[in-house]
Write a protein that binds this ligand. Structure first.
Ligand code: GSH
Length: 211
C-alpha cells in the first residue's frame, strides 16, 4: 500500500493513524506543501484535486481522507475500526461527516490564523471569531462524550479518527481553551494510543509562518 502526503497534513494524519491502528505495511511518499509533486501529470491522474492524501492499494486509487479511513476500516478493520453493529457504524460515519463539514470549517481557518500566517498578517479579531466557532462546535462533541468513552459508543472506531486528528492542534495551539471536560478525557484516551502518538502527535513547526 502507498500513501502520498506530507506527514504534517491533518488529512494525511487521518490515513496514517488508521494504517497504524491496523498494523498495515505501507510506504508513505512525501507530497504537497514544500515537497510539491502534486501538480505532475502522474499525480493528477491519481488525484485530480492535486491535494493530499492519496492512497493506492493494489488497483485502487483513492482520495478524500475520510473515504480513505472508511475504506481501510472496511477492508482491513471490520469489528475493529468499523463497528460490526450497523447502528454504531452509522454513528461513527455521522461524526466523520460532521468533522469534514462542520468542525474543519472553523478549525482549519483557526490553525491558519494562529500558526500558518506570519505574525504580521494575523488578525486578532478573526482569530477570536474562529476560536468562538470552534468552542461552540467542540461543545457539541463534549456533550456527546459525557456518557460514552468513544464517539460510536464503548469501543474506539473509525468515528474517532477525523475529529481526534484535529485535537492535537487544538490542545497545542497558543489559544485560550474553555473547560470541556469530556473532550479533555477523550483526548487523554487518544493520546495514550501508540498509533495516535506516531501519526498525529508530531511537530507542525515546519508549517509555522514567519515574517
Ligand atoms: N477534503 C480533502 C482535503 C484535502 C486537503 O485539503 N489537503 C491539503 C492538506 S491538509 C492539501 O493537499 N493542501 C495542499 C498541499 O499540501 O500542497 C481530504 O479530506 O482529503
Amino acid at each position: 500500500m502507498r500513501l502520498w502526503g506530507r506527514a504534517t497534513s491533518v488529512n494525511v494524519q487521518k490515513a496514517l493513524w488508521a494504517l497504524e491502528e491496523l498494523g498495515l505495511a505501507y510506504e508513505r511518499i512525501d507530497a504537497g506543501g514544500a515537497y510539491g509533486g502534486t501538480d505532475t501529470p502522474e499525480y493528477r491522474s491519481m488525484n485530480p484535486n492535486r491535494l493530499v492524501p492519496t492512497l493506492q492499494d493494489g488497483g485502487l486509487v483513492l482520495w478524500e481522507s475520510n473515504a480513505i479511513v472508511r475504506y481501510l476500516a472496511d477492508a482491513y478493520g471490520r469489528g475493529r475500526l468499523r463497528p460490526d453493529d450497523p447502528k454504531a457504524a452509522a454513528i461513527a460515519d455521522q461524526w466523520m461527516d460532521w468533522q469534514q463539514t462542520t468542525l474543519a470549517g472553523c478549525m482549519n481557518p483557526l490553525f491558519w490564523e494562529m500558526v500558518r500566517k506570519p505574525p504580521s498578517q494575523r488578525s486578532p479579531e478573526r482569530g477570536k471569531e474562529l476560536l468562538e466557532q470552534c468552542c461552540k462546535q467542540l461543545g457539541v462533541l463534549d456533550a456527546l462524550l459525557a456518557d460514552r468513552e468513544w464517539i460510536a459508543g464503548d469501543a474506539f472506531s473509525m468515528g474517532d479518527i477525523p475529529a481526534g486528528s484535529m485535537l492535537w492542534r487544538w490542545y497545542t495551539m497558543d489559544i485560550e481553551r474553555p473547560d470541556l471536560p469530556h473532550l479533555a478525557r477523550w483526548y487523554a484516551r487518544l493520546s495514550a494510543r501508540p498509533a495516535y502518538k506516531a501519526a498525529v502527535m508530531t511537530s507542525y513547526e515546519a508549517l509555522r509562518g514567519k515574517d
